[in-house]
Design a protein around this ligand. Structure first.
Ligand code: SF4
Ligand code: SF4
Length: 500
């Protein structure tokens, strides 16, 4: 086993109010400069919707992530975006590369005209001008162009995660009184099997050994943009001014001094949690070689119990500090992902082993009963899952590679916690019903109380468990030669990047 530490995250989607404060907090600090105007290292999408860049989840077009090839016993992962034959040609022409039209042309307004326009009959206006050419332009798209437009057949209906819904289910989803939406904040997933790192012909991308943050060495990047194609989450952007690629750096300068990343610190809904996960790097790529529906469970087999004395011994032998191990034991991420199993990765079928997790939203799940009333009536709590406003199939496409059983498990547990707390708060304890709910939700009053505490009333120290990172003590490369082909970059400690 090759134990590594990953600074990981959970987003609790029931708490996201779609305010975009996180996106603005990130932009103000990292991408408010020439060449980076159109970049949103953190963005928040409305789902169902088409996202940013437009239809980024359509891998039949963008060809991001890994493909599972070969037969049983000899399965291997290959990049979808390139192979040995076309990788050189694609450096010069790549039809799967997103273009400016898939993002948007950044603009500002000619505010000076409001003050300097000559006196006339009309009110002076501030017309939009392109931040790239400086010329006047018509605004035809922007970040979050489909914000809050779920239910609109113009945008939401084009969400490719609705592909497998039957006509009847589609009709139900877009029935006006059933319309429902959720917000999906997204940053780089700091994947454990990152296709971006494997695709870079210059070796500029790497995954830091000490905390798993994926970075681009700006001194080495030659702007080939292979990483932009290879990242299925489209979380790498090309800076047209510097000619280099850029991405979320998880605010590592803040993390190194024990501070909280900007998007996390500013989160109004307090939906974000950050902590350490210990994982077995030998299992990272291996765990992604199973059929789609088994991927979530398979990924969990790569995570390690931070209380297991054997794991602690191996972690220490790999140079992981006591401070990191203690952080892993207190980690809110370990609780959500491994202990309670209610936080899931986004689109794990891309097989990059994303290391950020989401608690799917319970709110839109409340079903519509025969009498036409939306309800979460006690007896119907679990049966209503079938009739949920956001179909289970849809949530499964997002968070469990189509495995509806996993989503159902999470929903039932979340519903049981809600029922448990409501019963206590209303001082209306029906023990028989409570026990039934706990059983069906696969939980206990003790666990429900724990989930409630960390979800609803956590202190900042419980939400963010950050060990200080001392680079001089960071672990040396201990790649397993059987898995490491030298291209992934995992474990290779590189010099700190300049600027980014
Ligand atoms: S999301 Fe994963 S594949 Fe994409 S840039 Fe981040 S680490 Fe790389
Ligand atoms: S700041 Fe928090 S609540 Fe607001 S959109 Fe971002 S993740 Fe959601």
């Amino acid at each position: 086993m090759d134990i590594r530490a990953q600074v990981s995250m959970v987003f609790h989607l029931d708490k996201c109010i779609g305010c975009h404060t996180c996106s603005v907090a990130c932009k103000n600090v990292w991408t408010d400069r020439p060449g980076a105007e159109y970049m949103w290292w953190n963005n928040v999408e409305t789902k169902p919707g088409t996202g940013f860049p437009t239809l980024w989840e359509d891998q039949s077009h963008y060809k991001g992530g890994w493909e599972l090839k070969g037969r049983d016993g000899n399965k291997k992962l290959e990049l979808k975006s390139q192979n040995k034959i076309d990788s050189f040609v694609k450096l010069f022409y790549n039809p799967n590369q997103p273009g400016l039209e898939d993002y948007y042309e950044p603009w500002t307004y000619n505010y000076a005209n409001l003050f300097e326009a000559e006196a006339g009959d009309d009110q002076p206006t501030a017309i939009p001008v392109s931040l790239i050419t400086g010329e006047p332009m018509n605004i035809e798209a922007g970040p979050n162009w489909d914000d809050d437009l779920s239910g609109s057949t113009f945008y939401a209906e084009n969400d490719i995660n609705l592909e497998e819904l039957s006509d009847e289910e589609r009709e139900q989803l877009f029935e006006i009184e059933r319309i429902s939406m959720m917000y999906l904040p997204r940053i780089c997933n700091h994947c454990a099997n990152p296709s971006c790192v494997a695709s870079c012909p210059s070796g500029a991308l790497y995954k830091r050994g000490e905390d798993g943050i994926v970075l681009i060495n700006q001194d080495v990047c030659r702007g080939w943009r292979a990483c932009i194609s290879a990242c299925p989450y489209k979380k790498i952007y090309y800076n047209w001014k510097t000619g280099k690629s850029e991405k979320c750096i998880l605010c590592y300068p803040k993390l190194e001094t024990g501070q909280i990343p900007n998007c996390f610190q500013s989160c109004v809904g307090r939906i974000r949690y950050l902590g350490v996960l210990l994982y077995d790097a030998d299992r990272a790529a291996e765990s992604m070689k199973v059929p789609d529906k088994a991927l979530v469970e398979s990924q969990r087999t790569a995570f390690c119990d931070p209380f297991d004395p054997e794991i602690i011994k191996m972690a220490k032998a790999n140079g992981i500090s006591d401070e990191f191990i203690k952080a892993a034991q207190l980690s809110p991420i370990y609780k959500y992902v491994m202990k309670w199993k209610i936080a899931l990765p986004l689109h794990i079928e891309y097989r990059t082993m994303p290391m950020l997790f989401y608690v799917p939203p319970l709110l839109p799940v409340m079903g519509k009963m025969a009498n036409g009333i939306y309800t979460n009536a006690l007896d119907n709590f679990f049966t209503s899952l079938d009739k949920s406003r956001l179909p289970m199939k849809y949530l499964a496409r997002l968070f469990s590679a189509g495995n509806e059983d996993i989503i159902e498990y999470v929903m039932k547990k979340l519903m049981a916690v809600r029922y448990y707390k409501r019963t206590l708060d209303m001082q209306d304890i029906d023990l028989v019903m409570m026990n039934k709910m706990m059983r069906e939700g696969g939980t206990t009053p003790e666990e429900a109380e724990e989930i409630y505490r960390l979800t609803a009333v956590p202190t900042i120290d419980q939400r963010f468990v950050i060990p200080e990172i001392q680079r001089e003590e960071s672990i040396e490369s201990t790649c397993n030669p059987e898995i490491c082909k030298g291209s992934c970059g995992i474990g290779v400690i590189q010099p700190p990047t300049r600027g980014l």
